[in-house]
Design a protein around this ligand. Structure first.
Ligand code: SF4
Length: 314
């Protein structure tokens, strides 16, 4: 494995390997960062899929971020910061590719999230972006169990995932059932999986109000299975790796376990090393689930992060 980046952040050193592994080191004190290590960056609210549970309420008529307006903020982000670029569908932003060239010049480490349909339709473009190291990781929102996936589409999706070594299948608790997760490896060759918590905000809230008992049951099934098998989950499911966002850990009652038993695998609480930036509206927040969002104004990246660490605007 090659070293992708190393830098000092406050009282510790960060090492990032090209398989995405991150290592923090110091002499044993609690880590106190002065800059954010990573940020979720929303660059568009446009998306053609209209998923009924979309927590960003993205739609075909929504607007894109104006990068020029936020150039001073972007220019103040430190090299080697990991940017998880999302939307909406980032591929629809007309300046997406030139934004990635800018990110490369600034030595950021960008990844992106796309819906499986967009991966199928634009796989050559996405493969090119990863080959040229304009994108490092690709998160793929996988089909919901009730979505029709023709055998032809499934073959193309399999092939696209196999050709993207950094692809991670995104699954949402409450939407993707235990049965779906258990069958995933048989259908998609031992993939890497990221389990995301269900976000009951915007359309996600409306969806929860309509389908609450189904969502709860689906989460309970996964929770029961994962709590029993937590130490052996990748072998049990034949997955290459399983990771969780903090909301998923909370919804699976695994947060305390990860904080205490596996601290080297726990990347920190929301807003401790990370933050969320909405370049469409020009707002920042502790995370994408925060309903409290604040204007970027003329603040630098470091100034915003210090506010995030204090819990928001001050
Ligand atoms: S959940 Fe993702 S794919 Fe679905 S509408 Fe929202 S941004 Fe688009």
């Amino acid at each position: 494995m090659a070293v992708l980046a190393k830098y000092t952040n406050g009282n510790y050193r960060v090492l990032i390997l090209d398989d995405g592994t991150k290592i923090r080191v110091n002499n044993g004190e609690p880590f106190v960062p002065t800059r954010f290590e990573s940020a979720d960056i929303k660059i568009t609210n446009q998306c053609l899929h209209n998923c009924p549970y979309c927590h960003e309420a993205s739609s075909p008529m929504s607007v894109h971020a104006d990068f020029a307006r936020f150039k001073p903020f972007l220019d103040s982000i430190h090299p080697y910061t990991e940017l998880a670029i999302g939307g909406g569908n980032p591929l629809l932003h007309p300046e997406f590719d030139s934004f990635l060239v800018y990110c490369k010049e600034r030595q950021f480490i960008p990844s992106m999230t796309v819906n499986w349909r967009d991966l199928i339709q634009q796989k050559e473009r996405i493969q090119k972006l990863t080959r040229e190291k304009l994108i490092y990781g690709v998160g793929v929102s996988m089909p919901a169990p009730n979505e029709r996936l023709s055998p032809e589409d499934e073959e193309v999706l399999k092939g696209a995932l196999a050709e993207l070594p950094t692809a991670i299948c995104h699954l949402i608790l409450g939407i993707h059932t235990l049965d779906y997760i258990q069958r995933l490896a048989q259908r998609f060759y031992s993939p890497q999986v990221l389990l995301l918590g269900f976000k009951p905000v915007r359309r996600g809230l409306e969806y929860k109000q309509q389908k609450d008992s189904v969502i709860q049951k689906n989460i309970e099934d996964v929770k029961f299975f994962f709590q029993d098998e937590c130490d052996y989950i990748t072998q049990e499911l034949n997955l290459e790796s399983v990771s969780f966002d903090n909301l998923a850990l909370e919804q699976l009652d695994l947060l305390d376990l990860f904080r205490s038993k596996d601290p080297e695998y726990y990347m920190g609480d929301e807003g401790q090393f990370t933050m969320f930036v909405d370049l469409v509206k020009g707002e920042y927040a502790v995370s994408s689930t925060s309903m409290e969002r604040f204007p970027l104004g003329g603040l630098t990246a470091d100034e915003i992060f210090q506010r995030v660490r204090r819990g928001g605007e001050c």
